[in-house]
Structure formats: C-alpha cells, structure tokens
Design a protein. Structure first.
Length: 231
C-alpha cells in the first residue's frame, strides 16, 4: 500500500503534515536518493527518506532541552543568514527534531525540541494552559499596582491577555528582576505587556515549562530528557 510522502514524514515523527509539505516544496526531501517535490506522491512505507541530508529511518520519540543563548533565531535556516539554535545541536546524532514553540532573537533560556508532535502541540495549545515561567530584567522597577494590573490581564492588539502572575524578585538602583508566569503563548507577549506600561525589557529568560525547569544547564548546551521529564 502506497502512502503520500508528506504523511510518511509525519508518521515517522519528523514534522507535522504542513511542515513536511513545506520541506518537500523547498527541495529538502530525498526519497531513495532522488529529490521529490510532490508532497502527495505515493511511496512504499519502507522507502529511505532523507531530509537536509539526514536519513529518517526510525520513529523513536526524542526530547531535548536547550539553554538558548541570546542572538540565535529559532528556525532551521534563516534567509538573513543569522545563526540559528540548530547550531547548538550539531552534536546530536538522533532523529531530526523541531523546536517546540519559539523564543525571539533577544530572548534566552529553556527551549524544547522533539519529533513527538502530539506532545509538542499539547504544550503549545492555549487550551491546555501549560504554565511557562520567565525571569525578566526590567527598568524602571514596576510598582505593585503595575504588577497587579499586568497579572489581571490587559488588552494587546484588541485582545485581553489571560490572567498571569507578575511578581518582583529583587530590585536594585538601576533595574530589577521580575518573575512572569503565563498560560498562553502570544507573540512577544511579555515585551508588549511591559512596553504598554513604559517598562523596558533588558533580559528575558524562560526558566520553566510545566514542571520542567532549566536548572543549571549551561548556556548553549542541551541534554536529552527521560521519561520522568516528559510533562
């Protein structure tokens, strides 16, 4: 029985069908040594598939956590030639992995990678309300009233943010650190919320997703997760 190529890639745990279709159209997929540009072309499920030169021959579910440094983009290749987070994974010898969600260029900290797209979607789906905790260096120090206002939700681009937790960790003469717990993942949400109160973000570090903490993992390093880590 023949199976569409984009579905074969998805079933091997490499990418969603939509992502697989784009990989195929971008000319990054080879089947039995030949580039295929037809996402819906049927093949024997046992064919050898390569993506960006890497053979995809098994469906083992893999999970990594990376301490993302500032200045890396979360994409496999960047049209502007900027360094990407995948450069940190150059020593990874397992299956092709996709980042779970994103951190913008200037943000740091916990970034997950997997080929388990059901797990990835579960973490990112706003309906599941998986908590994400960030430590943010800001200036000036927000007042208690400001933190309460942000915690209760404000309107960004005509849509109110879900209730969150904005708490002061420590304050200094020139800047302070706050902890932010979110249960949604809108684009640049923390930066936009703080900007609305005229507060500058100096550093933004994600330290936790669900029960998984960044801990003492060195910047730019990764580790493979075990079953007890999986949320």
């Amino acid at each position: 029985m023949r199976t569409e190529l984009q579905r074969l890639i998805s079933k091997r745990g490499i990418a969603s069908r939509k992502e697989a279709t784009q990989l195929i159209l971008d000319g990054k997929v080879m089947v039995n040594g030949q580039i295929c540009l037809e996402p819906t072309k049927g093949f024997d499920p046992r064919v050898v598939i390569e993506i960006s030169g890497q053979k995809i021959i098994h469906t083992k579910k893999s999970y990594l956590v990376l301490n993302k440094p500032k200045g890396l983009v979360v994409t496999r290749s960047d049209e502007k030639g900027r360094p990407t987070v995948y450069e940190c994974l150059k020593n990874w010898e397992g299956p092709l992995l996709q980042a779970v969600g994103r951190l913008d260029l200037a943000s740091e900290g916990l970034l997950l990678f997997t080929n388990d797209h059901q797990w990835s979607n579960l973490l990112m789906d706003p309906k599941t309300h998986v908590k994400k905790i960030y430590h943010v260096q800001v200036s000036p120090t927000p007042s208690p009233e400001c933190l309460d206002k942000l915690s209760n939700g404000i309107f960004i681009e005509d849509k109110k943010t879900l209730p969150a937790q904005f708490q002061l960790i420590r304050s200094g003469e020139k800047n302070s650190w706050i902890s932010v717990e979110l249960h949604e993942g809108r684009n640049r949400q923390i930066r936009k919320m703080l900007e609305s109160e005229n507060i500058d973000v100096l550093r933004l570090i994600r330290v936790q997703i669900g029960k998984l903490e960044l801990g003492e993992l060195p910047k730019g390093e990764w580790r493979e997760l075990n079953e007890s880590d999986i949320l």
